[in-house]
Ligand binder design. Sequence first.
Ligand code: CUA
Length: 356
Amino acid sequence: MQADIVPILAQLQLFPTAASKQAGPIDDLYWFLTIVSAIMTALIFLAVVVFAWKYRRRENVPAHQIEGSTTLELTWSIAPFLIMLVMFWWGAELFFQAQNPPKDAMEIFVTGKQWMWKIQYPDGAREIDALHVPVGQPVKLTMASEDVIHSFSIPAFRVRHDVIPGHYDTLWFTPTKTGQYHLFCTEYCGNQHAGMIGWVYVMEPREYAIWASGGGAQGSLAEQGQQLFQQNGCATCHLLDQQGRCPILRNIYNKPVQLADGRTAIADDAYLRESILDPNAKIVSGFEPNVMPNFKGQLSEENVIQLIAYIKSLSPTTPASQQSGGGLPPITPTRAGRQSSIANTPGNQGKTPAKQ
Ligand code: CUA
């Protein structure tokens, strides 16, 4: 009997392998919380036992009145307060780090769907239930759900994030050890939830470059998006170089957009996704609502990711190109400019977009 239990206990891991940069600091905080809880629990039980013994019922012991003690009350209020502040500060710092991917992070797209993880790489490659990343490189995942709430979790990296239908969720990590690590869905999402698992492969940069050199059979993500852009007739109204019935999409990515209701929005992934699926949610200043059809239900989340990649490719990302100032300003067209161009028929649909 004992012989059976010992090997099982030996295999028990308190922590999975720590294979990302953030794993160490997160484990440190976890240990701190565990140790503080253990010490507090021990103190409470010790006090219970000691006082139960010391003040047990005995005969002929005269009772005497105990007055309050300010020192004692201040001590047991301030000491826990300071310990809690440390927990708060430490936790908040890690939380903010987790929310802010570094600028140089490599971007990979994840779509959760009952019951699989679909992965899309910028070069157009696609995988299911497998994620390949190079070691030492910060990786940012932009995640969408096609149906219900899923949760993307890589225990070895100490990262997990719910993937909620209707918007993008992000998560980032820097893998530090090559190898193969479990990938889970950690939110019950239907009867095959337990099968929604996969592997993360962390490779040496050179090995990764060879793996990635295959690319996508249908071109890069941006090229796939460009195809969709033509197929769905987007190019009819979103002209590339002159004002059509809808905003010009060149040089808008991550730039401020003036809205008709006076607000300003940033044309990031979330904004573009919303504008594709629910065009009337935010109307750009100078444009009419109800011009663009609703693409909700027409395009999959993967399609939307391709379209966003295409729009992104229309905005060069280097600061040098921003300095050149040759591009169009954020969309604040004059009414006259828009009116005059409505008569234009789509003449530049076939133009290839600027390559980065
Ligand atoms: Cu997806 Cu559980």
